[in-house]
Design a binder for this molecule. Structure first.
Ligand SMILES: Nc1ncnc2c1ncn2[C@@H]1O[C@H](COP(=O)(O)OP(=O)(O)OP(=O)(O)O)[C@@H](O)[C@H]1O
Length: 312
């Protein structure tokens, strides 16, 4: 199998990239309206994270910029999907990308690990640095880059392999050294799945529930020990209980990894992210700031209109 198997934006499929399927399921305007974060009480969760009015106000884990995008423009053939995107994504913590359907959120995510390379029609212009190195430099190997930048998609997409092999797959194809049994166990523990699967690692990953499958995909993504974890609507295909588990998991993963998440669910963005980027139609990054600022007091009127559900 080549690692250049590409179909459409709805199905970028290749096991060797550990990037099987993208299946956008855009939220409707009513979903967005019902997702408005509302003023609530102040509480402290199990991690000591203070939530004021539903916002994640954890400051400690967010560090210096690890991803620096400068004037990123992306076209699919003649259609421009992103326009002059410049932003610094801090190390660790959670950065959320929100905005209406088609505004380029997933396209931007795919710039970070060069998944857009796999789409024939896509052309990327600009600089995007990971830890100071432009990932678009000619000496960067995209497969090695994707070891540093893991990705999880909207629909859980385990391979038709055992639970163990799903997690070990990336280790094998990327020639990761070390004790694979130990790495698989650690990844499953970090993905909060170990206790549920430790006695049946030989069973097919496809036999797990949807939420378990998504945690398996997260374990697969973190097994090669990436620095960055990209998540493209990782909970939108899951029920509320599984969604809540994934949100808790993201919270704990963000202590170790830089998490960049695309979500249509504004309450989710408000709950779990430290920073929020708002993309609007035309592939523009309209505002990027602390999540609480974006949701409570955005500078841009269009962002306020979007956040308050005046348009979706
Ligand atoms: N593989 C592709 N080929 C051609 N055009 C594409 C492709 N992928 C995305 N596009 C177009 O690029 C624009 C941005 O799409 P993208 O999926 O990045 O937006 P998005 O904000 O993530 O949307 P959604 O929230 O619906 O997933 C859209 O106009 C889309 O139709």
């Amino acid at each position: 199998m080549t690692d250049e198997t590409v179909t459409t934006d709805e199905s970028v499929s290749t096991e060797s990239e550990i990037t099987p399927e993208i299946d956008p399921d855009p939220a409707s305007a009513s979903d967005l309206e019902s997702d408005q974060p509302s003023a609530a009480t102040t509480s402290t969760d199990r991690n000591g994270t203070t939530e004021s009015a539903g916002f994640n106000t954890t400051e400690s884990s967010v560090g210096e910029a690890i991803i620096e995008a400068r004037d990123i423009n992306v076209w699919y053939d003649d259609v421009q999907a992103l326009t002059d995107i410049t932003m610094d994504i801090p190390e660790q913590g959670v950065t959320a990308m929100i905005g209406p359907s088609g505004c380029g959120k997933s396209t931007f995510l795919r710039c970070i690990n060069r998944m857009n390379d796999l789409i024939d029609a896509a052309r990327v212009d600009g600089d995007l640095s990971l830890a100071g190195k432009n990932v678009y430099d000619s000496d960067v190997d995209p497969v090695a880059l994707r070891r540093r930048v893991g990705m999880v998609f909207q629909k859980p997409n385990p391979f038709p392999k055992s639970i163990y092999d799903n997690v070990a797959y990336g280790l094998k194809i990327q020639d990761v050294d070390g004790d694979h049994d130990e790495i698989v166990e650690n990844a499953l523990r970090k993905a909060a799945l170990w206790d549920e699967v430790s006695g049946r690692l030989d069973e097919s990953g496809l036999e797990l529930s949807g939420g378990q499958q998504q945690r398996l995909c997260i374990a697969r993504a973190i097994a090669p020990d990436p620095e960055v974890l990209l998540m493209d609507e990782p909970a939108s295909a899951l029920d509320p209980v599984a969604t809540s588990q994934i949100e808790d998991l993201i919270d704990s993963l963000a202590e170790e990894y830089t998490v960049v998440i695309v979500t249509h669910n504004m309450q989710q963005a408000a709950r779990i992210s430290d920073k929020t980027a708002v993309f609007l139609t035309g592939g523009e990054l309209v505002e990027f700031d602390d999540t609480q600022k974006i949701f409570e007091n955005p500078d841009n009127q269009r962002v306020e209109d979007y956040i308050t559900g005046k348009f979706g």
